[in-house]
Design a protein around this ligand. Structure first.
Ligand SMILES: [Fe+2]
Length: 306
């Protein structure tokens, strides 16, 4: 029997009583979807999953974006969209992305079809003096929206922001000494800036959330540049207030999923090159969840099962 235990913090819940290596029933999937819409981050501890299990679970939420470094059209490997996050090297080269997400952002806000869910499976977790390193920190964008003054909520309604992949890429190069090369013209062409509303109504919970993030949001389109800069600075500071934040401390065999529509996040880079970390990751796009026919049957099934 699947249970949902809220963390008691500003977001997050632990899901027990389910083995994700087995096919999910519609009822359980609906309950997971509802819990995700409510709590933003879900941890499934003590899961024994192979790469195919991670992919199959991820596909329940939507289509998976190909790993960003590769062109998904050029691979025939059916598991190529299951990425690797790791600072482990083999033959002198990293086996996965070593510095992904090490500052505040929302995955795929830079795409027309936004990111919906990230699925991460912890295989190797660095520890120092018994304490897990490399946590994932979140901030709750329902709470950030709710805490805005009424006149600010009214001001933001109807405004749109431009999101640009290159902003985060360049930030990592410039401010974090990342060894990433500059984006190539081809990469830029594949990732043109896109526009999203600043305030979204969540497709599962129906709650309003602030949809902006320091990683990719570059401009509020309806305002002059200086006003846009000032408002974005204000929103970035607001959405990162400590009262909205929660950090997930990893354990091996944790499967963690989070909702990109109601949270922003960052990877905490507090471990060294010899403190090894290995995870699998699927970045799931919002290709299903916005289809009104998709969540409803699952939600109704969940209500009947509850
Ligand atoms: Fe991320």
């Amino acid at each position: 029997m699947l249970t949902v235990e809220p963390t008691g913090a500003i977001l997050g819940a632990t899901i027990r009583g389910i083995d994700l290596s087995r096919p999910l029933t519609e009822g359980d999937f609906g309950r997971i979807l509802n819990a995700l819409g409510e709590h933003g981050v879900l941890r499934f501890p003590e899961q024994d999953l192979d790469i195919g299990d991670v992919q199959r679970f991820s596909l329940r939420f939507g289509d998976i974006q190909g790993a960003s470094a590769q062109d998904p059209d050029k691979t025939t490997d059916p598991l190529a969209n299951v990425g690797v996050l790791s600072n482990i090297k083999e033959n002198g080269a990293y086996i996965g992305s070593p510095d992904a997400g090490q500052d505040w952002h929302t995955d795929m806000s830079y795409r027309d079809v936004r990111g919906f869910v990230n699925v991460l499976y912890g295989i190797r977790i660095p520890r120092r003096d018994g304490k897990a390193l490399g946590g994932t920190e979140f901030s709750n964008m329902y709470a950030a929206y709710d805490a805005l003054a009424d006149d600010m909520k009214a001001r933001l309604e109807g405004l749109t922001a431009t999101h640009d992949f290159e902003k985060f890429w360049e930030h990592m190069r410039r401010d974090r000494a990342s060894g990433r090369p500059p984006m190539t013209p081809e990469q830029r062409k594949r990732r043109p800036p896109v526009v999203h509303k600043l305030i979204l109504t969540h497709p599962i919970s129906g709650r309003k959330a602030l949809y902006a993030n320091p990683g990719y949001a570059t401009r509020i389109n309806e305002l002059p540049q200086a006003e846009s800069d000032a408002l974005l600075d204000h929103l970035f500071a607001h959405q990162l207030e400590m009262r909205f934040r929660y950090t997930h401390e990893w354990n091996e065999r944790d499967l963690l999923i989070w909702d990109h529509l109601s949270t922003i996040h960052r990877a905490i880079a507090d471990y060294g090159p010899n403190e090894l970390r290995l995870m699998r990751r699927c970045q799931v796009m919002a290709t299903k969840v916005f289809d009104p026919d998709f969540p409803r049957p699952a939600r109704e099934a969940a209500l009947q099962a509850a």
